[in-house]
Ligand binder design. Structure first.
Ligand code: HAM
Length: 420
C-alpha cells in the first residue's frame, strides 16, 4: 500500500539528533520567549488559525505576495471562503475590534503556527511557528524604544551571535506615496530590464522592488531616488536616536532600502537578520501599522508589532539544556501493581524538580537498569513483590558507583526523594 507522507514544507517535531531542530530545543526557545514577553508585562492572546479570507486581503493587501500567491484558501462546507492565517497581526486586530478594545491601549504576545504556500527550502516552511507581540494604542515614540529593547533582550537571552537589526522609516502614508511615485518615474525607462514579478510590483507595490534579488535590478537601483531624501527630519532623528540608544547592546544599522512584505506598514519598520541562516536570513520582522484597525472597520488605533520565526531563531540559538534530574522508577512485580503506581504518583508531588521516568515495560531488572543508565537517571527506585509486602523500596545510586544501594522503608524513601 502507498505510504502516506507529510506535506511538503511541513515539519514533524521530535527529539531529532540534529539538536538545533529538535523538539526539546525549539520548546525551550519558546519557553524563553514567553518568559521575556511576560517579563515586559505583556498579555497572551490566542486567535483562531482559520479566518475569513477577506481579513487577510484587507490587511496584508491583495497585491502582496502573501495574499496573492501564498495563502491557503478554501471554501468551507457552506461555501464561505476561509484561509489559514499566514501571519498573526490581522487576527489580533480583528479580535480586539470585535471586543471593542480598539480605543484602549494593550500589549499582547502570541505564539502559534502560520501557513504560507512558499517554495520550501532551508529555513522556509509551509507551516512554521511565529511568536509575536503587538503594542496597541500608542503613537510613535516610546513603543519604538520598547520594541528595540525587547529585540535586544531576545538576542541576548537566546544567545544569538552574528545578528544585525536593520531599521528604517517609511514616513507617513503621504511621504510613502510621494516616494513611490518618484521611484516609479525613475524605474519606468528600465522596464525592459525588469523581470515579470518586478514589472507587476512597479504597477502595484513599487517599494518591494527595492528588495529585488536580481543583480541587474540592484545595479539599476544604485542611482534611484533614496527614501532618505523624502523623509522629514524628525523621522531620521528617531532612527538615529534608536540606533544610539541600543547600539551598546545590539548591532543596529539604518537601511533606507528596507521594505516589508506586508502592505499595512507606515512609519518605523525593522528586521533582524543573521548571516548564520543562509538565504532566508530574517529571524524577525515588524513595524508600525497605524492604519490597519481603520482598514478592518475599527477605530483609528496606533499600533506597532513584530513576529519571530521560531524555527529560524531556534536554529541559531545556542541556549543550552538546563540539566534536569531524572530518576527511574522500576517495578519488577509479576502482576500489575497499583500500589507502586500510587507511590510514583505521590513521589512526583514531593519533588517537582525531578523527572520521574516510570518504566512501563515487562523486561528484566537488568534491561530496565540499562534503560535507566541510557536516559541518564541519577537514581533507580526499584520495587518488587517483596518490597511491596514489606513496604520497602530499593534505592540504587546510578551516578555514584561507590555508594551502596540501600533498602529503605517507604517513609524514609519519601524523605530521601524530597532532598534529591
Ligand atoms: P513577516 O516578516 O512576514 O512579518 O514574518 C515574521 C517572521 O516570520 C520572518 O522574519 C521569518 O523569521 C518568519 N517567517 C516568515 N515566513 C516564513 C516561512 N515560510 N518559514 C519560516 N519562517 C517564516 C509578519 O508576519 C508580521 N505579522 C509581523 C508583525 C507583527 N508586524 C506587526 N506585527
Amino acid at each position: 500500500m502507498k505510504k502516506i507522507r507529510s506535506l511538503s514544507g511541513m515539519l514533524d517535531l521530535f527529539n531529532d539528533s540534529d539538536a538545533s531542530n529538535s523538539a526539546e530545543h525549539i520548546f525551550r526557545v519558546e519557553k524563553k520567549l514567553k518568559n521575556i514577553f511576560n517579563s515586559y508585562n505583556y498579555n497572551e492572546i490566542r486567535t483562531p488559525a482559520l479566518e475569513e479570507t477577506d481579513l487577510f486581503k484587507r490587511s496584508a493587501g491583495d497585491v502582496s505576495d502573501i495574499v496573492n500567491k501564498e495563502i491557503y484558501t478554501f471554501l468551507d462546507r457552506n461555501g464561505k471562503s476561509i484561509s489559514l492565517r499566514p501571519e498573526g497581526t490581522a487576527g489580533v486586530i480583528r479580535s480586539i475590534i470585535e471586543k471593542k478594545l480598539d480605543s484602549s491601549s494593550n500589549k499582547f504576545w502570541y505564539i502559534g503556527p502560520m501557513w504560507r504556500y512558499e517554495r520550501p527550502q532551508k529555513g522556509r516552511f509551509r507551516q512554521f511557528t511565529q511568536a509575536g507581540i503587538e503594542i496597541l494604542g500608542h503613537e510613535e515614540g516610546n513603543s519604538e524604544y520598547e520594541m528595540l529593547s525587547l529585540i535586544c533582550n531576545i538576542i541576548d537571552k537566546l544567545s544569538i551571535n552574528n545578528s544585525i537589526i536593520k531599521i528604517n522609516h517609511l514616513g507617513d502614508p503621504d511621504t510613502k506615496k510621494t516616494y513611490c511615485d518618484s521611484l516609479v518615474a525613475y524605474l519606468s525607462p528600465y522596464k525592459n530590464e525588469l523581470n515579470q514579478t518586478e514589472l507587476e510590483r512597479l504597477d502595484k507595490n513599487p517599494l518591494k522592488i527595492l528588495d529585488s534579488k536580481s543583480e541587474n535590478t540592484q545595479k539599476i537601483l544604485k542611482d534611484a531616488p533614496s527614501l532618505k531624501d523624502f523623509l522629514p527630519k524628525e523621522n531620521i532623528d528617531l532612527l538615529n536616536s534608536l540606533k544610539d540608544t541600543f547600539s551598546d547592546f545590539c548591532k543596529i544599522e539604518i537601511d533606507y532600502s528596507l521594505v516589508r512584505g506586508l502592505d499595512y506598514y507606515s512609519g518605523f519598520v525593522f528586521e533582524a537578520l543573521s548571516n548564520e541562516l543562509g538565504a532566508q536570513d530574517a529571524f524577525l520582522g515588524g513595524g508600525r501599522y497605524d492604519v490597519l484597525s481603520g482598514k478592518l472597520g475599527g477605530k483609528n488605533l496606533p499600533a506597532i508589532g513584530m513576529a519571530i520565526g521560531v524555527e529560524r531563531l531556534a536554529s541559531i540559538s545556542s541556549i543550552a539544556k538546563t540539566q534536569e534530574k531524572i530518576v527511574s522508577f522500576i517495578t519488577i512485580t509479576s502482576k500489575l501493581e497499583p500500589k507502586a503506581f500510587k507511590m510514583a504518583h505521590h513521589l512526583r508531588s514531593l519533588n517537582k524538580k525531578i523527572n520521574l521516568d516510570v518504566n512501563l515495560a515487562n523486561g528484566s531488572l537488568k534491561s530496565k537498569l540499562r534503560r535507566a543508565n541510557k536516559i541518564n537517571a541519577s537514581h533507580a527506585l526499584i520495587i518488587g513483590d517483596d518490597e511491596i509486602t514489606n513496604e520497602c523500596i530499593l534505592i540504587k545510586y546510578l551516578d555514584d558507583e561507590f555508594k551502596e544501594q540501600e533498602l529503605v522503608k517507604f517513609d524514609e524513601a519519601y524523605e530521601i526523594y524530597k532532598l534529591l
